[in-house]
Ligand binder design. Sequence first.
Ligand SMILES: Cc1cc2nc3c(=O)[nH]c(=O)nc-3n(C[C@H](O)[C@H](O)[C@H](O)COP(=O)(O)OP(=O)(O)OC[C@H]3O[C@@H](n4cnc5c(N)ncnc54)[C@H](O)[C@@H]3O)c2cc1C
Length: 438
Amino acid sequence: MRRRWSNWGRSAQAEFAAVARPRDEDALAATIRSAARAGQRVRALGAGHSFTPAAVTDGVSVRLDHVTGLWAVDEDAGLVTVGAGTRLRDLPGLLRPYGLAMENLGDIDVQTIAGAISTGTHGTGSAFTGIAGQVRGLRIALADGTLVDCSPQLRRDLFEAARLGLGAFGVLVSVTLQCVPAFQLAAHEHAVPLDGVLEGYAELVRSEDHLDLYWFPHTRTALVKANRREASPGAAQPLGAWRAWWEDEFVSNGLLALVSEIGAAAPSAVPVLNRIAAATVAERRYTGDSHAVFTAPRRVRFREMEYAIPLAALPDAVREIRRTIDARGWRISWPLEIRTAAADDVWLSTAYERDSAYVAVHRYVRDPFVAYFREVEEVLLAFGGRPHWGKLHTQSVGELSARYPRLDDARRVRREVDPAGTFANRYVDRVLGSVTSA
Ligand SMILES: Cc1cc2nc3c(=O)[nH]c(=O)nc-3n(C[C@H](O)[C@H](O)[C@H](O)COP(=O)(O)OP(=O)(O)OC[C@H]3O[C@@H](n4cnc5c(N)ncnc54)[C@H](O)[C@@H]3O)c2cc1C
């Protein structure tokens, strides 16, 4: 029986020929071998949180719900190996007994570790890389069903391609992560004038460990979330339970859903609603365990596009997007999110060999997004932008190989390990090219 599926953002649909939930790596290898023999395609599916159709297939959808948990720990080196299907939200509990934590995380924690690294999931912080940059080893099931280990010392090219590999090189079985001693973050959230932030952006990102900016179009105000790593962690000072519920659940999710619905039904109300939202932001300070401060629940569904640009280009790019929104007369209820990352050496990383700023645009799931995303994309491309692989964009392999210096190396490795395109789908063929017609 074919299975219908849709991703979290309702921007990708699939009808799978079959769903496989292998109990271990041998069962996974057998699944891949038998699908390949039958001429079926195979795609791993994580938590379905990519906006792009990265995990879509009309063949076999592999879920690693049973390939999870802690497999090995090297406490002295801070190296931890987990099953590839492990959810990010489960990592704190697995790492806590060893006094370890993830160095950096994105906004949410429901993704699988394999899914998160495979599209280049990142958080913010100009001294910190995305999650794929924290990977030190992989175990991967290849198209012929063999299970191989790779790392910087072992099959290096496969490692470099597959640690941010869009599921195109094989199915990841386990991931070895470089962790850090557990730490706390002191958060300071407040509103500031956008123009001032853009003016001093270069100094601001250097002075904060993890800086996240939100700008609501039609306002002159930016919301700052600055997280400082605590050198000597004390007792956590979380928000009171009532305030946390009111602001993080009621306002950030419940009220946001209501305001988004009003904005979808009456777009002319959006500028006023955005100004009210920006004017009523309360300043907050709290301290907590890193994962709890980095991530928050996101219950209101939306669509997103995100590009990485050179860090120094950020102020001009945001000003240009603001001009474009004003010129077009669009009514945009959801904010731009602006983050940073350190340059890394991950072949397909948005931050490959480049200190980067990220600009993400969002639209509520019931709002039209194509024209807005397309024009903002043109602006970001003109600033040297590289699209996030898990978020909506229109780029194809020809354009992307000019933006990702190691994309052709990744394509070579793909031809070597998957010559028949067992792990291909339309999205991967669009962005990496087809192996079978190459
Ligand atoms: C509400 C929300 C918030 C988000 N916040 C952020 C953020 O802060 N920062 C950011 O960078 N991104 C963010 N994202 C994007 C998200 O982190 C990525 O799209 C991520 O890939 C989703 O992980 P997943 O487990 O859902 O993977 P899926 O979307 O299910 O799959 C993603 C890719 O990984 C592949 N894959 C999955 N498992 C395996 C495996 N075992 N082996 C090989 N390949 C595999 C799939 O085939 C597919 O190509 C957000 C998305 C949403 C919806």
